[in-house]
Design a binder for this molecule. Structure first.
Ligand code: AMP
Length: 290
């Protein structure tokens, strides 16, 4: 595996691969790699060669009060893990190269970026879309892989790619979980033992909704009520939002329909955790993917 630090060299390597008619795959990450990231890499390796994994803790997507300084950084361990997976390139640009003095240009997916996660984290998605567009320009991947764990982010990036006629197909992969249901996340490292136990409440709330759906419940408000009850019973958790939205446009819905996402944003102690489940209708039946 080659580690690339400069934008110019990354562009050249990726351009060369494209000119050889190879399918270039990109897996953007902020490092502190875990099984969720690895699943994206494996999905990329099934479709693409070369696979490029980027590690960049993007300062533009952290608000002033957020955890930029203490966000976990472990480049050497990450590099060894990627090497073990036979990733072709690790792209690890510096903030100075990505955002040189005088940087002024941002891209925003309007309307979507201000809701749900965006409401609690102003400017977050503007930072995400800006860095992802830059990565897409530098690497020009045929495919880019994202996790459904961050469902709103994946949706916003897909919208951006469509709206700006980008040549990159956005692939969204399933959520990887711990044995007790907690979705893997670099931020789980912030949880103390009591919080780690309490953090299963997100999965438990989704599970309660899944059970109601299996018993025939279709009313979104009632399903949200069931989840809130589970979340409210956990003293270390503070719910930010519980919503059920249409997968096509992320608008809230009142009754389950063809494709919807049940979304949770919850603080456990000071750590913000996300989780969601996908509900799809097939032949009159509602199938739930956690
Ligand atoms: P991050 O490093 O947290 O920015 O995440 C990089 C990518 O990995 C994003 O597309 C995330 O959605 C994805 N990801 C993070 N956690 C998981 C998980 N538990 N399962 C699947 N994908 C994940």
């Amino acid at each position: 595996m080659e580690t690339i630090y400069t934008l110019e060299w990354m562009k050249q390597v990726a351009r060369q691969a494209r000119s050889e008619n190879r399918l270039v795959g990109l897996v953007p990450t902020m490092g502190a790699l875990h099984g969720g990231h690895f699943s994206l890499i494996r999905a990329a390796q099934q479709q693409c060669a070369p696979v490029i994994t980027s590690i960049f803790v993007n300062p533009k997507q952290f608000a002033a009060h957020e955890d930029l300084d203490k966000y976990p950084r472990q480049l050497e361990a990450d590099r060894a893990a990627l090497e073990g997976m036979r990733v072709d390139y690790l792209f690890a640009p510096t903030a100075k190269e990505m955002y040189p003095d005088g940087f002024r240009t941002y891209v925003t997916v309007e309307g979507l970026s201000e809701r749900l996660e965006g409401k609690s984290r102003p400017g977050h998605f503007r930072g995400v879309t800006t860095v992802v567009l830059k990565l897409f320009e530098i690497v020009q991947p045929h495919f880019a892989f994202f996790g459904r764990k961050d469902a709103q982010q994946a949706h916003i990036i897909r919208r951006m790619a469509q709206d700006l006629n980008l040549d990159t197909a956005v692939v969204v992969c399933p959520i990887v979980r711990e044995a007790d249901g907690l979705a893997l996340s670099s931020r789980n490292a912030y949880l103390n033992p009591a919080e780690r136990q309490a953090a299963t409440v997100l999965h438990r709330a989704l599970g309660a909704a899944r059970q109601e759906i299996a018993m025939g419940e279709r009313d979104a408000l009632r399903l949200m009520g069931v989840m809130r009850k589970v979340l409210d019973a956990e003293p270390l958790a503070a719910t930010d939002y519980v919503e059920i939205v249409d997968t096509e446009n992320f608008e809230p819905i009142t009754r389950l329909r063809r494709g919807c996402l049940v979304l949770l944003g919850v603080f456990v102690g000071k750590t913000r955790l996300l989780d969601n489940m996908l509900v799809e209708e097939k032949n009159g039946e509602f199938l739930v993917s956690l």
